[in-house]
Design a binder for this molecule. Structure first.
Ligand code: NAD
Length: 284
């Protein structure tokens, strides 16, 4: 099935960014939120991003007009009836997402893939709210969507190969790089690594080891990350980050208790220190 029209559920930070990159890639987009003001804010955010691109000479005024012309904002779920692919980006809440997927399953054609942009929640659990769990997949974009190059494509327990292939292909058409996450674990790859980093930063701050500013500076200058953890939490939205941490504590806490990983112990005991010996993790 050829994908021409994409449904985006949610017009917030992520939803409007996803709608923008889809329209920039030439797709017709229907972006749905629950209230007019959210839809309008989403459309305004896209307009403002594209206006800045025109000012910087990265986009022509005519191209901006065409991109905006491909995006229809709506509060009607019914307007997603004839889309060929759906990307859900509603608030990070399992009940809300399940309800959304149940409705999407009822109104869209059976062969349509339903992707979720969840940051942490189980793709499998979301997928079984539908009668097509093999066509439900994680499609995790990063913020700000038009600038961040990665999309994680995540398999739920039932997701089939065709769904993964189509979703990966679509992300590439949006100009993104992809990685495949083969198992449905909380936080996938990026947030699985990022959340412990946030938790350690918060713990250093709470214990009075350093100020938030100095922790951010340490990470920027000492690790060469573009942003420190506190700056990044503010950018991502502390409400979303809170929801992810909460989900981790309920679903992953035992795994997150710090112990020395046995592979690290073995590597070091074997003298495979990496840089000096040239025999580190990659020859393990
Ligand atoms: P947001 O609060 O900016 O936007 C969420 C939007 O969803 C709101 O406008 C809300 O009105 C709308 N909504 C709620 N129920 C809806 C429904 N049934 N139908 C349509 N719209 C509905 O949140 P966000 O930061 O855009 O996050 C959205 C999703 O993307 C979450 O799952 C989040 O975990 C994920 N995500 C967020 C980031 C980030 O940096 N913020 C990064 C990657 C993924």
């Amino acid at each position: 099935m050829e994908i021409r029209k994409i449904g985006v559920l949610g017009a917030g930070l992520m939803g409007n960014g996803i709608a923008q990159v889809a329209a920039q890639a030439g797709y017709d987009v229907v972006m749905r939120d629950i209230e007019d003001r959210f839809v309008e804010n989403g459309l305004k955010a896209i307009d403002s991003f594209l206006t800045k691109s025109v000012e910087k000479g990265k986009l022509k005024e005519e191209e901006k007009r065409q991109i905006l012309g491909r995006i229809k904002g709506t509060t009607e779920m019914e307007d997603l009836r004839d889309v060929d692919f759906v990307i859900e980006a509603v608030t990070e809440n399992m009940d809300l997402k399940k309800e959304a997927f149940r409705t999407l399953d009822e109104i869209t054609r059976k062969e349509v893939i339903l992707a979720t942009n969840t940051s942490s929640l189980s793709i499998t659990e979301i997928s079984v709210a539908t009668k097509r769990p093999e066509r439900v997949v994680g499609m995790h974009f990063f913020n700000p969507v038009p600038l961040m190059r990665l999309v994680e494509v995540i398999r739920g327990f039932y997701t089939n190969d065709q769904t993964v292939a189509t979703t990966t292909d679509l992300a590439k058409r949006f100009g993104k790089e992809t990685i495949e996450v083969k198992k449905d674990i909380p936080g996938f790859i990026v947030n699985r690594l990022l959340i412990p980093h946030f938790l350690e930063a918060i713990s250093l701050y709470e214990n009075g080891i350093a100020s938030k500013e100095d922790i951010d500076k340490a990470v920027r200058l000492g690790l060469n990350y573009p942003m420190g953890p506190f700056e990044l939490m503010d950018l991502l939205g502390n409400d979303t980050t809170y929801a992810i941490i909460d989900y981790f504590f309920n679903n992953l806490n035992k795994e997150l208790k710090w112990t020395m990983p046995y592979t690290m112990r073995a590597l070091v005991k074997a003298g495979r220190f990496g840089r000096k010996t040239k025999k580190g993790w990659y020859e393990y």
